[in-house]
Design a protein around this ligand. Sequence first.
Ligand SMILES: Cc1cc2nc3c(=O)[nH]c(=O)nc-3n(C[C@H](O)[C@H](O)[C@H](O)COP(=O)(O)OP(=O)(O)OC[C@H]3O[C@@H](n4cnc5c(N)ncnc54)[C@H](O)[C@@H]3O)c2cc1C
Length: 604
Amino acid sequence: MEPCEAFDYDILVVGAGGAGLRAVIAAREAGCRVGVVCKSLLGKAHTVMAEGGVAAALGNMVSSDGELEPDGWETHFVDTMKGGAFLNNWRMVEIFAHEAIDRVFELEQYGAVFDRTPEGRIAQRPFGGHKYRRLNHVGDRTGLELIRTVQDKAVGAGMDVHMEVTLVRLLTAGGVVVGALGYHRETGRFVTFRAKAVVLATGGWGRMFRFTSNSWEGTGDGVTLAYEAGAELIDMEMMQFHPTGMIWPPGMRGILVTEGVRGEGGILRNSRGERFMFKPEYMPELYRGQFAESEQEAAGWLDDKKRFRRPPELLPRDVVSRAIYREVKAGNGCEHGGVFLDVSQRGAEYIKAKLPSMYDQFHALGDVDITVEPMEVYPTVHYTMGGIRVDPETAAATVPGLFAAGEVAGGLHGANRLGGNSLSDILVFGRRAGDGAAAWAAGKSLAELDPAQIADGQEQMLKPLGKSGGESPYALHAELQETMQQNAMIAREEAGLKIALDKVRELQKRAEGLAAPGGREYNPGWHATRDLVSMLTVSEIIVLCALERKESRGAQWRIDFPERDDAGWGTKNLVVHRRDGQPAVVESPLPAMPEHLKALFQEH
Ligand SMILES: Cc1cc2nc3c(=O)[nH]c(=O)nc-3n(C[C@H](O)[C@H](O)[C@H](O)COP(=O)(O)OP(=O)(O)OC[C@H]3O[C@@H](n4cnc5c(N)ncnc54)[C@H](O)[C@@H]3O)c2cc1C
């Protein structure tokens, strides 16, 4: 074993996005000594990229009749369950819908400066699948304000931050998580952490697909660490394809176009000029009658949300993504293979005030002025509903000593997440994970780390270094992206998924011979070897689960099983754990929802 730096904490938080930082605040308030590790710099997590807003049912918006919209946690609960196609863990959703309200007010108390209504309340915007205006926002830079605020608060609370450190293994003693091994990205030197509890808040994974809104960090490290440590994963087939990613210019493909554009009146049209979301075949039974049925009605809604119904562009993301896919497949796509999204009718002043980042993004990256011309968009891999299976109350994973919150955890969003629900998720369950970890750590001592596990982790990491003639991680990554994009993206079927599975397994074998020329210092090729191992592990699990679930529900669209099977597949989650070194997929019945919550679906 190579000697390395070592740190001791009560709680080790892995990830400095909103979930990790909110966990830090909670753990510090409980009196714990906390260390935080992040792969990049503090403040550079995905959270900072969030645009549209944070969903919580404050009910701040005034309707045309002068009354406040009658929003409340109950309607947020109903919307989130419906959006998730009822695969969600109802208890997580119940906690979430209640506590999101407190967490947003708390954020304001921490110093977040939200946009305001004329009456001075926090301003809320409409988003897909939310019955009322519910996204509390700061222009289209809500994530930036959220991270600024929780970061200030966490720094004030006191934490040790280890930036540009990648964790590569959780360390266990007698089946309990007691620490972790990582390395400094700059120097390549190893570092170990001992902790009484570890909170994983490492975000989602999209980099195994060619078009994604995720940054280079979205390689699925956290979910892989948990899986390798023996934790159960849930709903891993459920990857969200956001309907509107940039499609042009080619280098910008996948970059997100916030749903806020549609919330502010953006219209989707195909190359024939048709506003295709009005086509009856795109309206799911569950939502029939709840959306505008003519362009006039949709236009009326912009100024009068009480009298008119929402435009169909605001259907949940899975529905809109499938409609765009079908339009393009039917030959109605635009020149670059997407569809048009036009918000120019709102005028330059309004667009620059409400969607400043979108205006800048298209201007700078695509030379498109969205105040006068439409954007070209196509679905992009955006978010992971599945993840580490956790206890709703404490955010504990199924391995003792391990907790998980935010995008890396599964269960809350079911088969499809509603926009804005992630920012409130990371606040609600980030806090619960910090509290849960602190409660677990109370009265415990630090355990001794096992030198054999550390030595093995180091050996695995060092294997590709200095080798010549082996496989390039970049080449293998490109092959992985190609097969996942072609065979496991928005429209799935058995034949394609089997091709993807074979390819992923072939790449796993070839990855044993990965080579990273050069030394450990400043060597991105070496970092890529570890990222690739995580992406291959996660890709295999995604494909296995997608093959297993023989129905279409939420983000899982099986063109060979196009129907939603409520009586069968609708009653169970798929859960994955490691058995003899391989992923084992098992069915797990959904917990039964209590009658008082069932009644909410009649009332809201
Ligand atoms: C462009 C974009 C726009 C979005 N807009 C919205 C929106 O408007 N509303 C909404 O609700 N949601 C939105 N989302 C989703 C939302 O931003 C994310 O789901 C959420 O911020 C995830 O937060 P998190 O704390 O779980 O993880 P992240 O913010 O992704 O943070 C993950 C952290 O883990 C660290 N990490 C990862 N791997 C390792 C490792 N191996 N070792 C050490 N550290 C590691 C990273 O460095 C980072 O600090 C958007 C996402 C994107 C990409």
